[in-house]
Write a protein that binds this ligand. Structure first.
Ligand code: ZN
Length: 286
């Protein structure tokens, strides 16, 4: 019965303070509009501020991650675009080379035609020779022209083989090109989707980050932002992990660890200056 009375008394206490608070607020209408927009940090306990700092860090780290992922995607697309350009240039160059070889073949064919014409001419002359010496000399000329024709034929075969192998490379490059172009189309679409998706996610996190920031007084918030800017990994608030600072991994003295676990003070790492929080702070509610 006695405890019930005590409880009843305790319950009435906050009731009595409430009208006071509203009365105060009503006397200062300007102050009231300010507080409804953003809750003033004085209303919150150190423990709640520590929790807010922890949350703020987590939201901001998530935003950092999103930005990193989004930053890498355009690079992947750029790589593909470069590769496509390289393949297209290769196809173009091989085509030019093939055209050059076709021209060589045409030249050789012309040379063969000329040699055949010369042979025909000499064969005609052979019918009207005056002596054996003249005949033999024409025979030698004819043999020479025949050799020229054989040589042209050999060259043409060589050019044709080269053309075939180049055509094969072109075929491969073209199929690679088509594949890469399909990849690019897919990647671009994926990139657009991810950008849209992450922008939505980032906005959500930004909102959460802002509301966590409202719980923290300006001086502390500025310190947090400066530390984040200076730290490579963007960490300004770190949990205690295995008795060490979660940021620089230096050991934390036992007394300091105890203080951190009490959630009564904002405690910084002696080595890196980051705000140290007890991992249990995550369970604090508002
Ligand atoms: Zn540290």
């Amino acid at each position: 019965m006695a405890t019930a009375k005590k409880v009843a008394k305790k319950v009435t206490k906050p009731k009595a303070t409430k009208p006071k608070a509203t009365a105060k607020a009503s006397t200062k209408p300007k102050a009231k509009t300010k507080t409804t927009k953003s809750p003033s940090p004085e209303k919150f306990s150190v423990e709640q501020k520590l929790k807010a700092l922890f949350d703020l860090q987590n939201f901001d780290s998530e935003i950092d991650n999103i930005k990193t992922v989004r930053g890498e995607l355009p690079l992947e697309v750029q790589d593909l675009e470069d590769e496509i350009e390289g393949l297209a240039t290769r196809v173009k160059n091989y085509n030019t080379e093939i055209k050059g070889l076709d021209d060589f073949i045409a030249t050789k064919k012309l040379e063969m035609k000329e040699a055949s014409a010369i042979i025909k001419k000499y064969e005609k002359q052979q019918k009207n020779v005056r002596n054996n010496r003249e005949y033999d000399s024409l025979t030698k000329e004819i043999e020479f022209q025949n050799l020229e024709i054989q040589l042209c034929k050999k060259k043409i075969e060589e050019y044709k083989t080269t053309i075939e192998s180049k055509a094969e490379v072109i075929g491969q490059a073209k199929s690679d090109l088509k594949e890469r172009k399909d990849d690019l189309k897919y990647k671009k679409k994926e990139l657009d989707d991810i950008i849209a998706e992450t922008e939505k996610e980032e906005k959500k996190l930004q909102k959460k980050s802002s509301s966590a920031a409202k719980i923290i007084e300006e001086r502390l918030l500025i310190g947090y932002q400066q530390k984040r800017k200076n730290a490579k990994n963007g960490l300004a608030v770190v949990p205690v992990e295995r008795s060490s600072c979660g940021g620089c991994f230096n050991k934390i003295p036992p007394q300091r660890q105890l203080d951190i676990r009490l959630h009564k003070k904002i405690i910084m790492c002696e080595h890196c200056g980051r705000i140290l929080v007890d991992p249990e702070i995550d369970q604090v509610t508002f």
